[in-house]
Write a protein that binds this ligand. Sequence first.
Ligand SMILES: [Zn+2]
Ligand SMILES: [Zn+2]
Length: 262
Amino acid sequence: MWFDSHAHLTAPDYDADRDAVLQRAKAAHVTTVLTIGSGYGLAELERAPALAARHDFVYASVGVHPHNAALLDDSGRSALRAQLAKPKVVAIGECGLDYHYMHAPRDIQQKVLIEQLALAREWNLPVCIHVRSDDDSAYDDLLAIWDAENDGTLRGLLHCYTGSLAFAKVAVAKGFYVSFSGILSFKKSTSLRETACALPLDRILIETDAPFLAPEGLRGKRNEPAHVPIVGETLARARGEALETIARTTTQNAKMFFRIPE
Ligand SMILES: [Zn+2]
Ligand SMILES: [Zn+2]
């Protein structure tokens, strides 16, 4: 069994063969996929919960990606609330801070993240967090915002983690979970594999971030949830643990984090 904790199944990349992609995921023993309801513009918010409603092994998040932060207005806010109320919506996100691409100014990204953390408290949902910058600034700002907003009930997942071991240790001590993508399998990702090796396994999830970030051997191709076992195999090798242990534990961690019943 495998749990892909972050895939963009509503991406236009899958419009021609989405059902086949889902079938291949099942054939690869991927028993649960969280499809992310953000990243393709606010007009797309309803698509992830709708997809989850059609497939028993798909769950959804909804949120505003930092790339789209400047687009959030009052109609986006009410659309967000309407989708949060849908069945099988188990998380808010992905939201966060991206100072690498800077599609929205930093202060707006921060404000929209703070708004979504308030929603997470109100709806009692965990948060899928995207954080990226070429220095420590987005990571530092994230922790400052998190500390200010966390009333003790917030639960966060750092998705597609590529930061330092030092930051990951601080985040785990604050209660965060950490998810690794196909980047873990890239040849140059030696220090990321060391990070994945040093963290407690009960805080680790895995993901594809499909259609992006196809793992080593498939780089440059369209990614899909059927490839999440490759991330798991990389993690098993890096940690020197049995594949079965990695599959079972990362799946249990994800189910506990997203409160998905067995
Ligand atoms: Zn992301
Ligand atoms: Zn994503």
